[in-house]
Structure formats: structure tokens, C-alpha cells
Unconditional design. Structure first.
Length: 533
């Protein structure tokens, strides 16, 4: 029995052994085969490289291409490739050929490209239409988008912005009194969470109006979150995937849109002659007409309001978080900001500084330089893309070549502009990686440039030669710049007035950047310590 067992055990061991060695052999063969295929794939890339097109960054994995290197740290990838290939090169991103155009000329080439040559909606539509809703932004012709941008921009008048500052301030103090993270005389906060909440309360109270704001304390917060989950990279390609997250996105979009439509209807039913007490965007859009004389349909107003909320929120909350982290890492600059307020605004009778106004925010010079410098290093949109609609030619230099050369960029390519590269280049900014708001006092000439152009939503600077374009350039330039500066300037001034900030114990620098989200932000946990003044 024992022998039989031992024999069968030996047999089993040898059978398993031979199976294992067969499997191992197969495994080795598979590895060899894959290596050969990948090596061949690399050789083919070199042999069949099109000399008249921009050089392509070599890649091992078909379809995936350079997605991992680019996705992990796009700036490191761009700077590395720029050293090797110059300002113009291509890389494969999930089966698409992306042609990157860097430098001030590259920014200009992509962002100020002609309408017939380059197209934004083809790139962004999949992602944005299910979130914003139909008929607006990238789900309409560019001419209609330009009209819609005009409506939104002209709704952000100086008068409207002036009326926003007390509302911002009210929201700020309300937030401090309710937030568990700010109770007592000192404590610590997760800055990304705190700034996301604060900025959405502020934006909803001002841009969205007084009926919408209370909803952010209850139903809207969750719906907003579900909608936001629609902004994931996979939805660039497959927004229709029947995933639970996409179902929640669609439900949130319909519910939010219907709520706006009800608000609009209720406002239309207000008794004639009732005075307008608020200067908000819904009222403004209700009074606008397209060039053909038609008013904006209620559903489109609702979708534009959603777009407005989503367009500004991520960028503003990301920059607000970076500002707080930077100030926590540089208490000397925070103290200068405080002293600037004491000097410019003066203490009030009660020993506290008086309430802020729009004009006063404009007088706080260093305060706005802090916003400007943070936008230079931490612009939340690292890649701006356009589909190529007609074959293009671009002039550039490779690093090793003295003479410039021409490259053809054919139609299936996607153009990619990364203005953050010039903003972080030593060619334009001394010691570019250091956060130094004072640099702008010595470098006032670096601005958008003087050439202005009207694409249908008012004059904007073309930005053709500027290395600093955190709000983009050309027909798709941001219309929220003034609002963002005001909101961020107010948050900075109020936080500095209220608190002394420092980094979490044991931290010596700000966190790294999270490039995995569509809009970059500080990598969590991003904790700072605060102490009441
Ligand atoms: C720090 C804050 C912000 C930053 C850094 C920022 C940045 C940008 C950039 C780079 C673009 C150009 C995108 C492209 O060319 O494809 C853009 C467009 C836009 N932004 Fe902003 N933005 C900010 C805040 C806001 C706010 C607060 C609003 C709304 C009130 C807003 C509304 C828009 C709109 C409507 C567009 C136009 C899109 C187009 O024409 O294709 N943004 N923004």
C-alpha cells in the first residue's frame, strides 16, 4: 500500500514535473516570440519612418504607444522628448498619433490655428456632451459656441463681478463656521477637499444664483459628484459604455437640467415689474438672443449653466489648493500678503480689517501675483488638443540642426499644445521650477501679447508670442479668467487674513502633482496645518 502510494506519488511528481517543464518551455517560447514581434515592431518604426513628418517617439506596445510615460508625468515626457526631437514630434496615444508642438511658436500654431484646419469639438465632444447636455459648447457648430461664449462672457460684467465679492466673503465665513475641519484655534485640513467644497459653494452662489446655492448643501452635491465622474479619460473614446458610473452620470445630468429648467420657468412666472435683486447668469441668459433673433431655449440655458459650473470648478479648486500649499510652504510670503492687506486696506475700528470689495482685491498686488505665479507652475490643463482637418505644414528646428525644416502633419493626426512647457522653461523664466510670486515684479513684460482678435465673443489677446498662457489662446480661450482671478484672489486674501498656514508635520515641500485626473491637482493626501491669527 505504502509502495503503491509511493509509486503513484513518484509518477504524479514526474508527470507534474514534465507538465511544468512543458509549460515552462511554452512560456519561454511565448516570451521569445513576443520579444521578436516587439523588436520587429521597433525595427519597422525606424525603417518606415516618414521623413517629411515629425519624428515619432519609439514605442514597444502597439496601440498603447507612449500612453504610460505621457500619463504618468506629461511634462517630464514633453521635456525629455523636446531635448531629443525639438519642439515638434509625434507620439502614439491609444492608437492615435498625437503631434506635439511646443514653444511659443507651437502654442500659436495650435491655439490660433484656422477653423478649417483644426477642430476642438471632435476631440472633446464625447467627453463633454453627456456631462453638459446637448446643443451647447462642443455639441454645436463653432459659430454657435462663439455666440454662447459671448453670452457667458458678457454676463460676467464688472457690475456682476463687483456684486460677487460680498457673496464670496459670505460663503467663506459660512464655510469656516460649518466645516468640522476649521473648528477651534488650530488644526489640519485636507486642502484639496476643503478647496473643492469652498470653490463650489462660492461659484454656485454667484454664477448659479440664489435658488441653486442651497441645493449644494443637499441634493446637488451628490448629483454634481456623479456628473463629475463622467469626466474620466476612458470617456474620451467610449462615453456610451453601459457602466454604472455612466448611468449615474446620465441620471445626474437629466435631474440637474430639469432643476434649472424649473428655476427658469418659475422666474418667467414672476410678477411683472418685480425688481431684479440679483445679477446672476440665469437672468442674463434668459435675456440673450442668438444672431438669428431666437432666444436661447430653456434646455440650452440649463445645459450652459451645467457647462459653466463644470468648466470652472476643477481649475479653480485645483489652483486654490496649490495656493494654500505654496503659502504653507512659504510662511514668509503669507506674512507679506498679510502686511499688504494691513498697508493697503488698513485695520478697521474693531481691530479687524473691514470687508473686502472688488476694487480692493484689485489693489492687492502681491495677492494677485501669488495667483499668477501659481497658475504658471500648476496650470490644471496640461494638454490642449485639436483634430487636424486639413493637411498642415509646420516649420521647426531639430536640436542638432541649425537650419529650420518643414514637417507635414496629415489629417488623422491630433495636435497637442502644452503652454505649461514654455511657462516652465528657463528660456523664459529664470529658475523656472521655483515658486516665486515676486518674479513678476521684475518680469512685467511677459504677458499675453498685444495683438487682439475678435472670434465672436469680444476682443481677446492672441497670445501668439507669450510663454504664459494658463487660460489658453485663440477662439477657445477661457472666458472665466476674470471670475477665476477674483474668486482665487478673494480666497487667498481671506485665508491669509484669518490663518497662519504651514505644511503638515514632517513635510518639507508641497506634494507632487496628480496627473491621473483630467485636470491636474495636488496628489492626496495634501494636508496643511492652520492656526487662527
Ligand atoms: C483657474 C481657473 C481656470 C483656468 C486655468 C482655465 C483654463 C482654461 C483653458 C486653458 C481653456 C482653453 C481650452 C482649450 O483651448 O481647449 C479654457 C476654456 C474655457 N474656460 Fe476656463 N479656466 C479657468 C476657469 C474658468 C471659469 C471660472 C470658467 C467659467 C466661469 C471657465 C470657462 C471656460 C470656457 C467656457 C472655456 C471655453 C472652451 C472653448 O471655447 O472651447 N473657465 N479655460
Amino acid at each position: 500500500m505504502a509502495l503503491a502510494f509511493s509509486l503513484s506519488k513518484d509518477f504524479a511528481v514526474s508527470a507534474i514535473g514534465s507538465m511544468t517543464s512543458k509549460a515552462a518551455l511554452l512560456g519561454v517560447e511565448a516570451i521569445v516570440l513576443i520579444t521578436v514581434i516587439l523588436a520587429l515592431h521597433m525595427v519597422i518604426q525606424f525603417l518606415f519612418a516618414k521623413k517629411d513628418e515629425p519624428p515619432v517617439v519609439p514605442y514597444w506596445m502597439p496601440f498603447i504607444g507612449s500612453a504610460i510615460a505621457y500619463g504618468q508625468d506629461p511634462y517630464a515626457f514633453f521635456f525629455r522628448c523636446r531635448q531629443k526631437y525639438g519642439d515638434v514630434f509625434s507620439f502614439i496615444l491609444l492608437g492615435k498619433k498625437m503631434t506635439v508642438c511646443l514653444g511659443t511658436q507651437g502654442n500659436d500654431f495650435v491655439l490660433n490655428g484656422r477653423l478649417q484646419d483644426v477642430n476642438a469639438e471632435e476631440i472633446y465632444k464625447n467627453l463633454t456632451t453627456p456631462v453638459f447636455g446637448s446643443g451647447v459648447v462642443y455639441d454645436c457648430s463653432n459659430a454657435i459656441l462663439m455666440e454662447q461664449k459671448k453670452f457667458l462672457k458678457f454676463g460676467l460684467t464688472t457690475e456682476a463681478l463687483q456684486s460677487y465679492v460680498p457673496l464670496f466673503e459670505g460663503e467663506f465665513y459660512d464655510f469656516l463656521s460649518h466645516s468640522p475641519a476649521f473648528q477651534g484655534f488650530e488644526g489640519s485640513i485636507c486642502v484639496t477637499k476643503a478647496m473643492a467644497e469652498l470653490t463650489i459653494f462660492m461659484a454656485s452662489r454667484t454664477l448659479q444664483g440664489k435658488e441653486v446655492r442651497p441645493k449644494f448643501d443637499s441634493t446637488f452635491a451628490e448629483l454634481y459628484h456623479d456628473l463629475d465622474m463622467g469626466f474620466t479619460p476612458v470617456n474620451f473614446m467610449m462615453p456610451w459604455l453601459p457602466l454604472p458610473a455612466n448611468r449615474r452620470r446620465d441620471h445626474a445630468q437629466h435631474t440637474l437640467a430639469n432643476t434649472y429648467i424649473e428655476i427658469i420657468k418659475a422666474r418667467r412666472n414672476l410678477e411683472e415689474g418685480q425688481p431684479l435683486t440679483e445679477n446672476d447668469m440665469i437672468w442674463h441668459l434668459m435675456s440673450c438672443r442668438y444672431k438669428n433673433g431666437n432666444p436661447i431655449p430653456d434646455q440650452q440655458i440649463a445645459h450652459m449653466m451645467i457647462a459653466l459650473l463644470m468648466a470652472g470648478q476643477h481649475s479653480s479648486s485645483s489652483i486654490a489648493s496649490w495656493i494654500m500649499l505654496r503659502l504653507a510652504s512659504r510662511p514668509d510670503i503669507a506674512e507679506e500678503l498679510y502686511q499688504e492687506q494691513v498697508r493697503v486696506l488698513g485695520p478697521s475700528d474693531k481691530g479687524q480689517m473691514k470687508r473686502l470689495t472688488y476694487e480692493e482685491i484689485g489693489l492687492l498686488n502681491l495677492n494677485s501675483l501669488v495667483v499668477k505665479e501659481t497658475l504658471r507652475l500648476h496650470a490644471p490643463i496640461h494638454s490642449i488638443m485639436r483634430a487636424v482637418k486639413l493637411p498642415l505644414t509646420v516649420q521647426t528646428n531639430k536640436p542638432s540642426e541649425l537650419e529650420s525644416r518643414l514637417y507635414n502633419i496629415p489629417t488623422p493626426h491630433v495636435l497637442l499644445s502644452a503652454p505649461g512647457v514654455t511657462a516652465q522653461s528657463s528660456a523664459h523664466f529664470a529658475n523656472p521650477s521655483s515658486w516665486d510670486p515676486h518674479r513678476w515684479e521684475a518680469q512685467p513684460t511677459v504677458k499675453d501679447g498685444d495683438e487682439k482678435v475678435d472670434y465672436g465673443y469680444g476682443l481677446v489677446t492672441k497670445g501668439a508670442s507669450s510663454p504664459y498662457l494658463p487660460f489658453g489662446a485663440g477662439r477657445h480661450r477661457c472666458i472665466g479668467e476674470q471670475f477665476a482671478y477674483l474668486q482665487l484672489g478673494t480666497i487667498t486674501a481671506l485665508m491669509v487674513r484669518q490663518f497662519k498656514l504651514r505644511l503638515a508635520d514632517g513635510e518639507t515641500d508641497v506634494p507632487k502633482t496628480n496627473y491621473m485626473s483630467l485636470f491636474t491637482r495636488p496628489l492626496d493626501p495634501a494636508i496643511i496645518r492652520w492656526e487662527s491669527r
